[in-house]
Design a protein around this ligand. Structure first.
Ligand code: TXA
Ligand code: MG
Length: 329
């Protein structure tokens, strides 16, 4: 199959592909998604196949707004879901609620819940509106790889495996949505994402953090996810002297990914890829930086990162999953 990248002029064609049970990669404000008609089990099975995604990992449903959410859930919406969607939709927030069974079990990986979000991107919104059904879409990367924030990233991972990629430029947030489970009396942040924990707590003061959201030191870290080819070494410190020493121990065959700071000149490396001076900038550039670093085929990709506020927590969470090794003072 030949994969074409089209601009916004291709939206009508993309809707037709979705209607016919095909796959379309499309931009959202977080990362690019690999979409299919969420009510079509055969089409959604193809998402799992194309990505190489394990069948026990459910998909997020993309809708236009709260009315669509109500049509997917059983009984009244939990108050927490109402409050969160009122505050953050359209935007990078996913709520998990009870499923009423309208979405095939395969899409939910057999769970009796659904994860739903209303994206804040004109292309994603046009596709959902055009299909008039929810669009199931995981990130449009091969399973285990960094998420795509540009159409070219999708092409790198999935060329020949789908017909159309709609190019909407680089994703503004660059990190996936924050996922909140609203089915329990105390809601839980299942995946830290583009909306920081502190901001979510302003709306849901009781919001708990799931085990995987915490940053316990886990030396094994066998489960690689969001990961490039080269092993990622995470230096969890912004102490200049510590970073210098840790870098020197690695030798020069590394690509360094780091936010603005003194370590930008911290020794001999193959290449430095900057993450900028703000958390938002770092979020936007993070996945693209991992992909760029891989192109140099270094012995290792060394990432300097030690922030957990705002988007910093999401970056730290992805590093926990992407790293082969963590270096802490
Ligand atoms: O920003 C995003 O959320 C992007 C864009 C494309 O919208 N999508 C995305 O999808 O990140 P994916 O498949 O890469 O991640 C979906 C996450 C997974 O961690 C999955 O386990 C979780 O959502 N999830 C989906 N359905 C769930 C459910 N019913 N209960 C709990 N977690 C669920
Ligand atoms: Mg993903």
């Amino acid at each position: 199959m030949h994969t074409r990248i089209v601009g916004t002029e291709g939206i009508a064609e993309a809707v037709a592909v979705l209607r016919a049970g095909g796959l379309v990669a499309f931009p959202t404000e977080t990362v690019y998604g690999l979409g299919a008609d969420a009510t079509n089990a055969t089409a959604c099975a193809e998402i799992f196949r194309v990505k190489g995604r394990p069948a026990d990992n459910p998909l997020i449903l993309h809708v236009s707004g709260a009315a669509d959410l109500m049509a997917l859930t059983e009984g009244p919406l939990p108050g927490t879901a109402v409050a969160l969607t009122q505050r953050f939709w359209p935007g990078p927030l996913t709520v998990v609620v009870r499923s009423n069974g309208r979405i095939p079990a395969l899409v939910r990986a057999g769970l009796d819940t659904v994860a739903v979000r209303a994206p804040n991107h004109p292309v994603a919104q046009a596709l959902i509106r055009g299909l008039r059904r929810p669009v199931a879409a995981p990130s449009a990367n091969r399973s285990g790889r960094p998420s795509p924030t540009r159409a070219a990233d999708v092409l790198d991972d999935l060329a020949g495996r789908l017909a159309i990629i709609v190019d909407g430029g680089m994703s503004a947030a660059g990190l996936e949505s924050s996922v909140v489970d609203c089915t329990t009396p105390q809601p839980v942040l299942l995946r830290p994402g583009a909306i920081g924990y502190e901001r979510l707590r302003e709306t849901i003061p009781t919001l708990a953090m799931s085990g995987s959201g915490t940053l316990a030191r886990s030396p094994g870290m066998k489960y690689r996810h969001y990961a490039p080819e080269a092993p990622v070494v995470w230096i969890r410190s912004h102490d200049e002297r510590f970073v210098r020493h840790a870098l020197a121990a690695r030798g020069p065959d590394v690509v360094l990914i780091a936010p603005d700071g003194p370590w930008a000149e911290a020794g001999e490396v193959k290449r430095i890829i900057g993450l900028g001076g703000t958390l938002e900038e770092a979020g936007r550039r993070f996945y693209a930086a991992l992909r760029e670093a891989d192109r140099e085929h270094p012995a290792a990709i060394v990432v300097v990162w030690d922030a957990t506020g705002g988007m910093g927590l999401a970056i730290s969470n992805r590093l926990t999953k992407a790293s082969a090794e963590m270096v802490v003072p």
